[in-house]
Design a protein around this ligand. Structure first.
Ligand code: FAD
Ligand code: SF4
Length: 507
């Protein structure tokens, strides 16, 4: 059952086999897998439960209801990088672009050879990926649903001998309305709130919304449960308290919150909060001679991996005019002229397989997190080249102008401008960099020197405490991470199940 605010009438005290904190890509998978095996499971989610029936289709409502701090979270550094996070049943999967990639082989090999994580072989992980892909219906959509925006990019790329491939998405009956990042008005996106959470419910799990976990109950280095606050969604203040006693606690709050939560609860492993990688990137926008109507079609439809060896992937991204236009140059009448031409605007994204690492720390008194990430020159160079490659594709497709995310050279007028763009040097604070994939802040390790959790997902410090979310991913992936998180969480659920089974059957 999903418990809504109106279902509560006072303090809550429950007991279960497994308490999962967070209902996103990591938490929902663990909850469903363990509930299905017959364990009693409670999921705590700080946000509310929003469905296609409670959404009015407006981005502002999506931002307020489904994003943490209305979408204003990010990492401090030069420049500040926006990193938005979901806060609702389904976590960030509810507001993501539904793009699905398996972990690239080259990344798995790196984990095995450089980090000594030999369990992460393709053969071992294959069944987990297959299982997840079936449940969330990973599928390839036809080009007409992907929309004209990506077809224009395809035309330009092919003229340059590059290859545009359709992305795989976790959708069912998607009609390409393009509002994925504010929730799916059709219920077509197979995010956690419409797949794993209902399945967990079916197998008896209880999902407590508006319940923020705050304190782990730990005695003699063994976790025994969690306490926290029941939040009033109207006043945003604490109404009641809860206490969940559990044999196993799984922290799945996401890569920015999990480390600060663990630190606030006294965990000391030095890897907690370190190794933050985020796939920094940005948007390149083009003014075309033809109608694009980029809002008709999946917002992230296709990708180009011809530059993968350089650590650059180009991925479609077309977002709502309120976000896209605000980022374009010009003021007053010039901006208005551009806005009028919005139907002729095309856009594509650049995503970097980053070498930079940042860090997450807890704020004093355990209240929230602060992330720091100062992008290295090597990644800035990749970003610059990615922008240039995308601009070339747009000009080859017939663009009149290309808008870059760099304030000191915001407009390119022709192919010729690209060479001077590449030779100029830009300061980091002249770049608008965005990121959507924080990873690595409680990573798997062979020992406590290299990781925060062992290869089963259990903390090196506290027994029966597991982590299962984006923070466990050992390094940047170079591709969108949700499928990797879900597959590894399936593996962690299996490990927890074995542990509970062993415990029940130990004479
Ligand atoms: C706009 C956007 C688009 C994206 N597009 C894609 C994409 O197309 N493909 C892809 O692979 N990835 C995409 N991602 C990233 C992907 O969605 C995330 O990597 C993934 O959801 C992370 O999973 P998680 O379990 O770590 O955390 P989340 O999914 O963020 O879930 C964590 C949950 O824990 C809850 N929580 C936190 N603290 C507490 C607490 N103390 N008590 C109770 N609950 C708590 C949060 O409210 C949240 O609901 C996108 C991200 C964004 C922001
Ligand atoms: S394009 Fe529209 S219908 Fe398709 S998944 Fe995204 S929000 Fe849902």
């Amino acid at each position: 059952m999903i418990y809504h605010f109106q279902n509560y009438s006072g303090n809550i005290h429950e007991r279960c086999d497994v308490c999962v904190i967070g209902s996103g890509a990591g938490g929902a998978v663990v909850a469903k897998e363990l509930a299905e095996r017959g364990f009693s499971v409670i999921v705590l989610e700080e946000g509310g439960h929003h469905t296609k029936n409670t959404w009015n289709g407006k981005p502002a409502q999506g931002l307020i209801n489904m994003y943490r701090e209305g979408g204003s979270t990010g990492a401090l550094g030069n420049p500040f990088i926006s990193i938005t996070l979901g806060k609702c049943v389904g976590g960030t999967t509810t507001v993501n672009s539904a793009t699905c990639f398996r972990t690239p082989d080259s990344v798995l090999v790196k984990w095995q050879t450089e980090l000594g994580l030999d369990v992460f072989t393709r053969t071992r992980l294959e069944p987990y990926f297959t299982r997840v892909e079936k449940i969330i219906n990973v599928t390839e959509l036809p080009w007409n649903i992907l929309g004209k925006n990506v077809q224009i990019v395809k035309r330009g790329a092919e003229r340059l001998g590059l290859h545009v491939k359709p992305l795989r998405h976790n959708v069912r009956n998607c009609r390409g309305c393009g509002t994925c990042q504010f929730g799916c008005p059709e219920g077509a996106k197979q995010s956690m709130d419409v797949t794993y959470i209902p399945l967990a419910e079916k197998y008896g799990a209880k999902i407590f919304t508006y319940c923020r976990a705050e304190k782990l109950i730990i005695t003699e280095n063994v976790v025994r449960g969690v306490t926290g606050s029941v939040l009033n969604p109207f006043t945003k203040k604490r109404n009641w308290q809860f206490r969940i006693d559990a044999d196993i606690v799984v922290v799945a709050c996401g890569a920015l919150i999990t480390p600060s939560f663990l630190r606030a609860n006294g965990l000391r492993n030095r890897n907690i909060g370190r190794n933050l990688q985020i796939h920094p990137g940005g948007r390149v926008v083009a003014l075309m001679n033809e109608k694009v109507e980029g809002w008709k079609g999946v917002s992230q439809g296709a990708y180009i991996d011809d530059f993968e060896s350089e650590g650059i992937i180009l991925e479609g991204i077309f977002v709502h005019p309120s976000l896209m236009l605000a980022a374009l140059p010009g003021i007053g009448v010039h901006h208005k002229e551009l806005a009028i031409q919005y139907p002729n605007i095309a856009a594509f994204g650049v995503m970097i397989h980053d070498s930079t690492t940042g860090r997450v720390r807890k704020l004093p008194w355990g209240k929230g997190f602060i992330a720091g990430y100062s992008i290295k020159k090597i990644d800035i160079d990749k970003f610059k080249r990615g922008i240039a490659y995308t601009a070339r594709i747009f000009f080859a497709a017939g663009a009149k102008k290309v808008f870059t995310p760099i304030s000191s050279m915001p407009v390119l007028h022709s192919m010729n401008d690209i060479d001077s763009f590449l030779t100029r040097s830009f300061k980091p604070n002249q770049m608008e960099i965005l990121a959507f994939h924080p990873l690595g802040t409680c990573r798997f390790g062979r020992s406590q020197k290299t990781g925060a959790i062992n290869s089963t997902g259990e903390s090196f410090e506290i027994k029966n405490l597991f982590v299962s979310d984006a923070s466990i991913i050992p390094t940047s992936l170079g591709v969108n991470p949700q499928l990797t998180i879900m597959a590894l969480s399936t593996m962690i659920a299996e490990n927890i199940s074995n542990k509970l089974f062993d415990k029940t059957h130990t004479p």
